[in-house]
Design a protein around this ligand. Structure first.
Ligand code: KIV
Length: 272
């Protein structure tokens, strides 16, 4: 067990801010089910994100838009049951916080009450001011998300790097400062130039967690199924694959199929 693991019994939003102060990088991965979350939590990953990427990874949708609040709560409650140390943050899904701030608060409360999660994540800056105010005033910790925000993919029209132009970069910095001033405890910056992410991390006191935002931020997040190589059709530059599970699992399934057909499985020791 590492020194970090002993130091923080349960990671809280305050631990993350402390980590930034001490220059300790924050690790974050996604999980949507009990078994994966248990492995991630045991490995000492600081934050588990129940991302709305579950819409792609778990349900096979093209975007994150179709996943519902009920489905997010189902995934989140499975993850919470597995987690002993990691901070569990849950995405409020598309359509559950944008239309009015009371609905936003109801959605956040449902996530916290029904799943037992520790915080929620929302996408956007100044335009979600009212929703943010209500949720934070209710005592619910909020993580922000700026840059390539997948819930706005149809407005962007492309998954390419965001904020390369000066105007969008300036809005991103303003939005990040705004989120901090509202009381967000951390911000995810997705797929933006590393130089811009560095600038934001330097100017803010709350942790900046990057995905495709370079190394000069306060922590990193990846989609677990991508980093263990279970998905193999997705090759962004920022993704490091630590395993090649798609091939390993395919080989295992093929072998199992052969063993069943040849009656090699089960053998004498594998029966009663
Ligand atoms: O939904 C998700 O997995 C995310 C990460 C990519 C940050 O928001």
């Amino acid at each position: 067990m590492s020194a970090i693991k002993k130091e923080y019994k349960r990671i809280t939003t305050n631990s993350l801010i402390e980590m930034k102060k001490h220059g300790e990088k924050i690790s974050m991965l996604t999980a949507y089910d009990y078994t994966m979350a248990k492995i991630i939590d045991n490995a000492g990953v600081d934050v588990i994100l129940v991302g709305d990427s579950a819409s792609n990874v778990m349900a096979g949708h093209e975007t994150t838009l179709p996943i519902t609040l009920d489905q997010m709560i189902y995934h989140a409650s499975s993850v919470v049951r597995a987690s002993k140390r990691s901070l569990v943050v849950v995405d409020i899904p598309f359509g559950s916080y944008q239309s009015d701030s009371k609905e936003a608060l109801r959605s956040a409360i449902r996530i916290m009450k029904e799943s037992g999660a520790h915080a929620v994540k929302v996408e956007g800056g100044i335009e979600i001011d009212n929703a943010l105010t209500r949720i934070i005033n209710a005592g619910i910790p909020v993580m922000g998300h700026l840059g390539l925000t997948p819930q706005s993919i149809y407005q962007f029209g492309t998954y390419t790097v965001r904020a390369k132009e000066e105007a969008e970069a300036k809005k991103l910095i303003d939005d990040a400062k705004f989120l901090e001033s509202k009381g967000c405890f951390a911000i995810v910056l997705e797929k933006i130039p590393a130089k811009l992410a560095k600038k934001v991390a330097e100017q803010l006191n709350i942790p900046i967690i990057g995905i495709g935002a370079g190394s000069h931020v306060d922590g990193q997040v990846l989609v677990t199924h991508d980093m263990v190589g279970m998905t193999h059709e997705f090759h962004p530059r920022f993704l490091r694959r630590y395993l090649n599970l798609y091939d390993d699992m395919s080989n295992a399934f093929e072998q199992y199929c052969k063993d069943v057909k040849s009656v090699d499985f089960p053998n004498e020791k594998e029966q009663y």
